[in-house]
Design a protein around this ligand. Structure first.
Ligand code: HEM
Length: 525
């Protein structure tokens, strides 16, 4: 129904021209100069050289030459959509954030789903974590939850992130494999990093090959803070629960889909919106106080641990629906810049050392990727729900310089002023201690929750985890790395370790890996 007919004319030389007429606008240069001929560059004579004087040719090629920007250093392959969040239940007891207290309020949002390891042109059904990054354009500024579809992470401290990603992406000498966990470097790093074991159980599970973006859960992963009107803080973990349920594919299907339609996930989301069946998620929160944090068996600042929903139930407080395509993939999906540090009044950070590192990393990488400190002026990144006033100015591509004479404060001219009543207040947390590089002892328990996750799975899901480990490790050439991994599995579940050792054809069951903290067998599935 959207197809259009074009008027095409045959020129004097027999070539086809599409001429601006009643229906189509006139092509122009970036300077707005109308273009008479977009097929032929200016030449000297019929067979002579092309002339530099042809400003339209120069501008067109120059612009094309500069079309590419660096892909994201991680999460390069992604797909986004616009939507709306509606709050059903107020959290005013815990936070002043209007988006979480004004029941019925509708907040525009943008979500970008992604894979982590693959390059921009890689395939959708890789066994990988999926990014689930959300930007809410609230009345008090932009709030981002830069989450994943798995509630824990590989590492506990951001200082390990470059190593993790180097090991996961293609190997530096050969430039492959891309978008696969099945290679020596990945398993070498993982087998030397026992804190990754809980995450590995999730990544080898069906969660890492979702049927589509629509059937995935999302998690903010870290403990964040809610801050109430008195300045008191609670801890919070954010969840996105798909109202259409969870679905995954089998590995066998994933491999075929990757070959037949590497764009499967993005096409699925596009079609669902196009066909009037937009996906929907509930926003859930697990809220707990400092007393619970003290009592809980693990440190709530450790991003390799969950807080079981049996212990702190998820409260579903609102719903979001993704019902609109982007108008332009590059302008929106590629240029969107999420950052864990984008919070609004009433929401703050915990001291999770992974979160603290992320808070530094995103702005830094986006300056490189988008090329200017003014990337917040790009419409997809600009706040939509509120005015923006400050004295930041200049830089590449400045679109929003201060108006008038004043560009500093305090000043005697007028202009935007700080607002102690409505402005962002950091949580006045009491901190003290020695500068040190170690963390609390429960950070060293790498196996208990990995085991808890494994035993919580149904028998067929457990089999999928074992099969995935056999498949992935069979692509790892070094026998010592395979054996080291099975040594870790022995601390998680003996039957799993035996199944994987058998599947890999190991001559004997390796010794269990030395555990800094003995794995607990008392945690319920
Ligand atoms: C990008 C999630 C840990 C650095 C992303 C994206 C997501 C994400 C969803 C893609 C955003 C988009 O769609 O544009 C997470 C989660 C983490 C985690 C859930 C752990 C809980 C880290 C850490 C670092 C880091 C520890 C570094 C210290 C980056 C960078 C990008 C990125 C540099 C690219 C951003 C861009 O180019 O715009 N992350 N990440 N991430 N992440 Fe993380």
């Amino acid at each position: 129904s959207k197809a259009r007919t074009f008027e095409t004319e045959v020129g004097g030389g027999g070539e086809l021209h599409q001429i601006a007429g009643k229906k189509d606008e006139t092509l122009t240069t970036q300077q707005g100069v109308p273009i008479a001929d977009d097929q032929n560059s200016l030449k000297l004579g019929e067979r002579g050289p092309t002339l530099l004087e042809d400003f339209h040719f120069r501008e067109k090629i120059f612009h094309f030459d500069h079309e590419r920007i660096p892909e994201r250093v991680v999460h390069a392959r992604g797909f986004g959509a616009h939507g709306t969040f509606t709050l059903h239940e107020s959290l005013s007891e815990f936070t002043t954030a209007k988006i979480l207290t004004e029941v019925g309020e509708q907040t525009p949002m943008f979500v970008r789903f992604s894979t982590v390891a693959g390059n921009k042109g890689s395939f959708d059904l890789a066994r990988d974590v999926r990014g689930f990054a959300v930007k809410f354009y609230t009345k008090e500024g932009n709030w981002d939850i830069v989450g994943n579809n798995i509630p824990v992470f590989f590492i506990q401290d951001a200082i390990k992130f470059p190593d993790l990603i180097h090991a996961a992406k293609q190997e530096p000498d050969r430039g492959f494999p891309q978008a696969q966990t099945a290679h020596d470097n990945f398993w070498d790093f993982i087998s030397l990093t026992p804190e990754s074991m809980h995450m590995i159980m999730w990544v080898m599970s069906d969660r890492a090959i979702p049927r589509s973006f629509r059937f995935m859960e999302g998690f903010g992963v870290h403990s964040f803070r809610l801050i109430d009107a008195q300045g008191k803080g609670s801890f919070v973990k954010f969840h996105f629960k798909p109202t259409q349920g969870l679905q995954s594919v089998l590995w066998n299907e994933a491999v075929k889909i990757n070959g037949a339609d590497p764009d499967y996930h993005r096409r699925d989301l596009w079609d669902a919106i196009d066909l009037g069946s937009p996906p929907e998620w509930d926003l859930g929160v697990q809220i707990f106080d400092d007393d619970f944090a003290e009592r809980f068996e693990f440190d709530v600042l450790d991003a390799t641990k969950i807080i079981p929903e049996e212990q702190v139930p998820v409260r579903r407080i609102g719903t979001f629906v993704l019902d609109a395509h982007v108008e332009n993939f590059f302008a929106e999906t590629e240029q969107v810049a999420f950052c864990t540090q984008n919070v609004v009044p009433g929401i703050g950070f915990s001291n999770d050392p992974l979160l603290q590192g992320r808070n530094f990393s995103y702005l830094d990488t986006q300056l490189k990727r988008l090329g200017s400190p003014n990337f917040t002026h790009i419409p997809i990144n600009a706040p939509k729900g509120c005015p923006v006033h400050n004295f930041q100015q200049d830089g590449h591509m400045a679109m929003r310089n201060p108006k008038g004479r004043v560009n500093y404060e305090p000043n005697s001219w007028g202009g935007p002023r700080e607002n102690p009543d409505a402005g962002y207040r950091h949580l006045a947390a009491q901190e003290s201690g020695t500068k040190q590089q170690t963390r609390s002892p429960s950070f060293a328990d790498h196996y208990s929750q990995a085991r808890q996750f494994f035993i919580s799975q149904t028998p067929i899901e457990q089999k999928h985890i074992g099969d995935a480990l056999v498949f992935e490790l069979s692509k790892c050439e070094r026998p010592d790395i395979r054996a080291r991994m099975v040594g870790h599995l022995r601390n998680i579940d003996e039957s799993l370790a035996k199944a994987v050792a058998g599947g890999l054809g190991l001559p004997a069951l390796p010794d269990a890996a030395p555990a800094a903290v003995a794995p607990r067998a008392d945690l319920p599935p």
